[in-house]
Design a protein around this ligand. Structure first.
Ligand code: ADP
Ligand code: MG
Length: 377
């Protein structure tokens, strides 16, 4: 969806009040009746109607008039509310071009008054409509009315909380800058998704850095959950940055081993297919189950609580209809864990000459192997 931000300038104070009033009304109405919007906005009926007409014209509201008369926010309306918040606290002054469209997000370049470029990520988690809110109806109660709003907001909150905790602990992630509703603002990473990189000068080094990153996450009690060539950005110096955190799980999650192995294998498969590099050394979940630090606690304290995670899980489950692996835990993991090369500690002391990049543990990189030996397979 295109974020046409121009109209932001044309909205009056009453228009904004009306937009916020609609958002509030959606907490317990799927469609908010006109008079309720006017009451919440505290505008006279005439003034309220005029504002509704205006913001409806800009496609910030959707009008339902078949069953009964009422309005709900469109994604654009929700985008505007978030943008307005960023603008009013000087995080963002300009919206530039779109640089990414995911299934569940839109990514834009933005800038502040100092012309510093940043990235705005708008979460779109309920884009696929909620067909069945069958289970969990009681638990979620009215939150299902606006489940796309709520779920997208949860995703942004979660992503921001994780990015912040990772950033503060020295992980190679974008700098988190601000969050509001379903949107986050972060620093722009200079680099390309690994997917677009046809050739690497040092595949063995990059591979080892990525495996170390997976291990470092596990040492902090975390699994990325979507660790693949789309979510790894790499710059000209072949340093990696990890992005995209709404699906992160704890190493104490019931399916942790499945997610851990899947992350490891995504990279191994990609390196083999793309670079002809066979990653013979790779981490096993059993070696890292016991986290050394518990970032999950930090994240809970930062506002993304276990209860919110529960809401998110339930909503996603309802959205998908059925979940990939709800019934049993480690069903898929055994086909990946049958290998035997556990001799991780030997023979890697030689070529650590270039300056290190992503992980602190570079001097004893247990996953690095000789490039010649593995590239020519
Ligand atoms: P999605 O959840 O839709 O996969 P991502 O967070 O992975 O969204 O971002 C989608 C794409 O946008 C990335 O593959 C990358 O090309 C670009 N992107 C996202 N964040 C940044 C950033 N901080 N700096 C530069 N590019 C980014
Ligand atoms: Mg992604």
């Amino acid at each position: 969806m295109k974020l046409e931000a121009k109209a932001i300038r044309y909205l009056t104070r009453d228009d904004w009040r009306t937009l916020v009033a609609t958002e509030m009304g959606m907490k317990n109405h799927e469609f908010v009746p006109t008079n309720m919007i006017c009451t919440i906005a505290n505008l006279k009926f005439g003034g309220g109607k005029k504002a509704i007409r205006n913001i409806h014209k800009f496609k910030l509201l959707y009008h339902e008039n078949k069953k009964y008369d009422g309005y709900k926010l469109t994604y654009l309306g929700y985008d505007y509310l978030a943008l307005k918040a960023f603008v009013s606290r000087d995080t963002v002054s300009f919206v530039g071009t779109q640089i990414g469209v995911g299934k569940e997000s839109d990514i834009y370049l933005v800038a502040n008054d100092n012309n510093e470029e940043m990235v705005l990520k708008l979460h779109r988690l309920g884009r696929v409509s909620f067909k069945t809110i069958k289970n969990n109806r009681d638990y979620l109660k009215h939150r299902k009315n606006a489940s796309w709003l709520y779920l997208s907001r949860l995703a942004a909150l979660k992503e921001f909380a994780y990015m912040k905790a990772l950033y503060e602990n020295g992980f190679p992630v974008p700098t988190p800058i601000d969050v509001n509703r379903h949107c986050i603002v972060m620093s722009r990473v200079k680099g390309y998704p690994l997917l677009q990189v046809v050739e690497l000068r040092h595949p063995s080094k990059v591979y080892a850095d990525l495996m170390n990153l997976i291990v470092k996450l596990a040492n902090y009690g975390l699994i990325h959950g979507d660790f693949n060539e789309f979510n790894i950005l790499i710059n000209d110096e072949e340093q990696v940055t990890l992005i995209d955190f709404p699906q992160m799980v704890s190493t104490s999650h019931a399916n942790a081993e499945y997610y851990f192995d899947r992350d490891v294998n995504c990279i191994r498969t990609f390196f083999e297919k793309r670079y002809g590099f066979i990653g013979e050394k790779y981490p096993k979940f059993s070696d890292y189950k016991q986290a050394q630090f518990d970032l999950d606690k930090v994240i809970g304290a930062s506002g993304f609580t276990k209860d919110l995670q529960k809401d998110m899980d339930l909503l996603i489950k309802d959205q998908d209809g059925d979940e990939e692996l709800n019934n049993n835990n480690n069903s898929d993991s055994d086909d990946n864990s049958d290998d035997d090369d556990d001799d991780d500690e030997d023979n890697e002391e030689e070529n650590q000459d270039e300056q290190s990049s992503t992980t602190e543990e570079n001097n004893s990189n247990p996953f690095q192997q000789d490039e010649e030996e593995s590239e020519e397979e």
